[in-house]
Write a protein that binds this ligand. Structure first.
Ligand code: GLV
Length: 310
């Protein structure tokens, strides 16, 4: 079986080759653009493939995303229409993402944002410490990552609410669903964390109107996609005091242009899209599992519903 890797992370190619060949016997592993005979390619592993790169493989039967999000694939106008796409669901990545958001929650909850400024000013001063049980955490998007983060945050004693497109149930987490319930959910989110997929329904969902629904002085953590947010509205909310701080792992344009005011905003903490990094050592297992299922004619796991966008 011919498996083609398409990734800008060329340095990982040999690692993918050896790991996948070890887990799955008898694969012919190729690295784009060295595709050989295109009619032999049956599986593509892709992260940010150039548009059109996945077209022209008549026997392609499966596209495995090398990231948990699949917007990088679905935005390709030449994506073959009838080939199943599998999301990557790697428990190791889920853990990384939860850690990132837990860091953010504790950072803001314990006012490290302010204490950092105090240290710079050589100022020895204490701030009131709100009860954990009174700091309400709102998780937008309760798939694998959101659910894991919600459970872990609830276990620390924070009241946690979740919001998603369709109704979900998680023990210990009050779940809201649909646009109708969004205002009620936002009104109770002192720290809002987004883990939504980027789809036509979620694009720019964090905007002046929705930010205004948060309690005044809320915090915002985005570890999903920059396209969820209207950045000008976010900056306006930070400047007006509607938001007290933001932790952003993703931005509308990446890398973030040097001219962006987000770089130096005193209420913004930025990281370069590192909340969850695909690690071939662990991601190889869910990917190999799906390739084996394809070989055996068994149902594939985590297949994207293209009409939903995730
Ligand atoms: C990273 O952003 C991913 O989708 O895995």
């Amino acid at each position: 079986m011919v498996v083609l890797l398409i990734t800008p992370r060329a340095e990982q190619a040999e690692n993918w080759r050896s790991l996948l060949s070890e887990v799955l016997k008898d694969i012919d592993f190729r690295v784009f653009p060295e595709v050989g005979d295109p009619s032999e390619v049956e599986v593509a592993l892709a992260w940010k493939a150039p548009y059109g790169a996945l077209a022209g493989f008549p026997k392609l039967k499966l596209i495995c995303s090398l990231g948990m999000g699949v917007d990088h694939l679905l935005q390709d106008p030449q994506l073959p229409a009838d080939v199943p796409i599998a999301r990557l669901v790697d428990p190791n990545m889920v853990e990384q993402m939860s850690e990132y958001a837990l860091y953010g929650v504790l950072h803001f909850h314990r006012r490290f944002d302010v204490y950092e400024r105090y240290q710079n000013e050589k100022r020895w001063e204490e701030l009131p410490l709100p009860h954990t049980a009174l700091r309400r955490i709102g998780v937008m998007g309760i798939g694998e990552i959101g659910a894991d983060f919600a459970r872990k945050t609830a276990a620390l004693g924070f009241p946690v609410k979740g919001w998603s497109r369709s109704p979900k149930a998680i023990d210990g987490v009050e779940c809201y669903a649909g646009l109708d319930q969004l205002p009620r959910f936002l009104a109770q989110s002192d720290i809002l964390v987004t883990v939504l997929p980027l789809t036509s329904g979620t694009q720019q969902i964090v905007n002046a109107q929705t930010l205004a629904m948060l309690p005044r002085g809320a915090y915002f953590i985005n570890m999903a996609r920059g396209g969820l947010v209207v950045e000008g509205d976010l900056i306006a909310a930070l400047d007006s005091g509607q938001l007290e701080g933001a932790l952003l792992d993703v931005t509308a344009t990446e890398p973030l242009p040097a001219s962006s005011p987000l770089w130096s905003h005193r209420k913004v903490r930025l990281t370069p899209h590192i909340a969850g990094l695909t690690n071939p050592e662990t991601a190889v297992y869910p990917i190999a599992e799906n390739i084996q299922r394809l070989r055996d004619g068994r149902p594939l796991l985590h297949v994207v519903d293209r009409s939903r966008g995730y």
